[in-house]
Write a protein that binds this ligand. Sequence first.
Ligand code: FA5
Length: 346
Amino acid sequence: MLVLESLLADFTQELKDIHKIADLLNLKAKYIGKQGPLADVMKNLKDATPEEKRTIGVRANELKQAIESLVGHKMQELELQEINAGLAISKIDVSLTDSVIEKGLQAAGYHPVTIVQQEIEDIFISMGFEVLDGPHIEDEYHNFEALNIPASHPARDMQDTFWFADKKHLLRTHTSTIQIRGMKERKPPFRFVGPGKVFRCERTDASHEMVFHQLEGMMVGEDVSVGNLIYFMKTLLSEIFKRDVEVRLRPGFFPFVEPGFELDIKCLICAGKGCSVCKQVGWVELLPCGLVHPNVLKAGGIDPEKHSGFAFGLGLDRLVMMKYGIDDIRYLHAGDLRFNSQFKSF
Ligand code: FA5
């Protein structure tokens, strides 16, 4: 009992000189660890009388709890001291950007695709659109079937697909998948855009990548017409380019729209004369669009007798190329800092 009673006093005395967490843990182990005096007392209990066992056992547990509680308090105190000491030496230097540039180091910046994507999101938000997201790994239903492209439909071959081994999942080939998810979660009227990466097993060239970006748009309500579609497309392009650009609208086939259109932009790389980006035709396919097919509305839980809608799928990388005069899409994805750093920094 004597050992036990002096234990707490000794511990308290030693605790006063502890200033580091590591030392505190060592002290704790010294007193209540497996090799410590308390453990010894408990081990020797086997030779004690039942009465001794009871009183010594209870007292030993009380002491253990008292030491644990003192350790807990001290630990809190030391942790707080460590945090404060850390804060004292790591003050935030708000002038860092300038000093980084003065030293000739590379300041961080946004990728041009991100810059244009954010600009477009802002334009559509200002026109009452929501911004939605969707998964990169999709199922056949959202990428094809719900978009009026059944298994046997030849349009499945229009977009070369990266399939998973189970033959049921795929990397989405377009952002039109967001249409289905967006419709199911809303009641008309609604309007949203959905930007993101898409994936196609294609040969790359000046205007084609295997991983690129699209921005889907959709508006559904009563009497939504081609007139509404053209209005929003025109507003988008004049806001993005801040000048007149020549566009043309021609019929285009996509199973999920009827009628469907291709909106092309006069190539700004060669001013329409013909180059590798526009494949020598002077025009770049930028913004396919159309009125949402009744089957697609139904797949989204919307009655095509009551509501109509438009949808579009903007080729974001190509828009970036036109805006900044970039003559090869592969620059956008090469990760070359000499290229990337020409755009807006933080
Ligand atoms: C589609 O992907 C349709 N989902 C678009 C759509 C949505 C139509 C809603 C109607 C209604 P398309 O395969 O044409 O369509 O691709 C759309 C745009 O993505 C193209 O106009 C082009 O600008 C861009 N694009 C297509 N393939 C590539 C590629 N390999 N690399 C870079 N951009 C591409």
